[in-house]
Ligand binder design. Structure first.
Ligand code: NDP
Ligand SMILES: O=C1OC[C@@H](O)[C@H](O)[C@H]1O
Length: 414
């Protein structure tokens, strides 16, 4: 889907497109994202786009926005606002980055779209698929770019692994296991009010962590399907956090009906995705990867294992299947291969988290007049949201009506 090239986008240096960001909210994630935005694109060998942070808004106070600017190395020329309304109406802002809790994404993104601004919305995109569709309909009507900030999709390892899969290297893909579990003492760390566990803020493992496990399942199995891609069937189970009722341990079984058996084949090979997430269990208890891969993609000719946190993996391993004759192993055709990924930049604390790649994608889409990213188009965003809707329906996870509605505007507590 294409729109007219944004008339507010400027090019400072010939050939380098500058995107001027407005940051909506000043919490933890906004700080991480801004550090990445401010990093030198040349460090990651990007020469066609660059980013500026030109305005920051806090719903709490203008002082908080001013402090955020000072604390995060944002140029002092950036505007500080004490309301989101002022930010979305700033004519110098090309795109709004929404970094509020999940509960607020719909209202905040709609506010920006209604003001005529393109939007990058943190994950999980909205609380439900209906809200996602309503945002997309508005973006389409107003000819505005809209994207979910599910950064894992834009980290190069995702494309590298997808390419190995589509090359046919591991044969006919059978299933994908993906786990995103944190291993936290929930009562101690989040109590009952923090966004991670608070149903009023659409808290729970599913929208916060499950979305990454689903990312891996979808970016392999959903993408293997021919167009038009089919939504998977969903079976799930959930354990709820006693103190709030938010899901803390969630397991999802997906069946994708129409994957072709191999490249060009007409035989259908329904595949299985097993996506799990948890707050007390951990994918990586010792932080050294001793438990092995958090993602496994299994095919008839071998397996790909992906290591590190699923939102930001650092390595993958290709394990070709042992060849056999009459049931006896005769060795591998090729050796096990490890591919290491380096996230360029000055390190996690100073920016270099890996979020700049999603920002670069948003900038290129804006430059090119696109409404959606082809890496994860709107249809897929909705398909993932629909899976999460079904998991909630199957397990009685209910959020307050005010954060589930598509009605706009609704005043939510800040
Ligand atoms: N991509 C990633 O790796 C990560 C993504 N995230 C996502 O980023 C988003 C924000 O998470 P995070 O930064 O950890 O959350 P925080 O609680 O740290 O910050 C949220 C901010 O939202 C604003 N806000 C507005 N209304 C409310 C409200 N009722 N309650 C709380 N905050 C409110 C506040 O900013 P202000 O007062 O300035 O308006 C607050 O600082 C979530 O969608 C989360 O899933 C989070 C962590 C990692
Ligand atoms: O998106 C996320 O990824 C990393 C975690 O720190 C965080 O809780 C979650 O929101």
């Amino acid at each position: 889907m294409a729109a007219a090239t944004s008339d507010v986008a400027k090019t400072a240096t010939p050939g380098v497109h500058t995107t001027r960001w407005g940051i909506l909210a000043t919490g933890w994630m906004a700080g991480v994202f801004v550090k990445d935005l401010l990093g030198d694109p040349l460090v990651r060998k990007v020469t066609d786009v660059r980013h500026e942070v030109v305005a920051v808004a806090s719903s709490s106070s203008i002082d908080r926005a001013t402090k955020f600017i000072g604390d995060h190395g944002v140029p002092s020329t950036a505007k500080a606002y004490g309301s989101y309304e002022e930010l979305v109406n700033d004519p110098n802002v090309d795109i709004i980055y929404v970094a509020t809790p999940h509960s607020h994404h719909y209202q905040n993104a709609m506010l920006a779209l209604q003001a005529g601004k393109p939007v990058l919305v943190e994950k999980a995109f909205t609380t439900n698929a209906q809200q996602a569709k309503a945002l997309m309909a508005t973006a389409k009507e107003k000819n505005l770019f809209l994207m979910e900030a599910i950064w894992t999709r834009y980290i190069p390892i995702s494309k590298m692994v997808q390419d190995v899969v589509t090359d046919g290297t591991i044969g006919e893909v059978q299933r994908v296991f993906a786990d995103m579990s944190f291993g936290e003492d929930i009562e101690k760390r989040w109590g009952t009010k923090k966004r991670e566990v608070n149903l009023d803020l659409a808290g729970g493992a599913l929208l916060d962590l499950g979305v990454y496990a689903l990312t891996w399942v979808f970016q392999i199995l959903y993408h293997l399907q021919p167009e038009p891609r089919q939504a998977p069937t969903v079976l799930s189970t959930v354990t709820k956090y006693e103190l709030t009722g938010a899901d803390e341990l969630t397991s999802i079984l997906l069946t994708f009906p129409t994957c072709p058996a191999s490249k060009g084949s007409t035989r259908r090979n329904p595949t299985h995705g097993i996506a799990t997430c948890g707050m007390r269990a951990s994918s990586d208890p010792d932080g050294k990867g001793s438990t092995g891969a958090s993602i496994k993609i299994q095919g008839t000719k071998g397996e790909i294992q992906v290591f590190g946190p699923p939102f930001r993996p650092t390595r993958f391993r290709l394990i070709p299947k042992l060849e056999t004759t009459t049931g006896e192993p005769v060795g591998r055709l090729t050796e096990v291969e490890d591919v290491e990924i380096v996230i360029p930049g000055p390190g996690l604390e100073k920016g270099g988290h890996g979020m700049f790649w999603e920002a670069d994608e948003a900038a290129r889409c804006l430059r090119d007049g696109k409404l959606e990213s082809s890496v994860m188009d709107w249809e897929e965003v909705v398909a993932v949201m629909e899976v999460m809707d079904k998991v909630r329906e199957q397990n009685g996870i209910v959020y307050p009506q005010a954060i589930e509605t598509t009605e706009f505007p609704i005043k939510l507590p800040s």
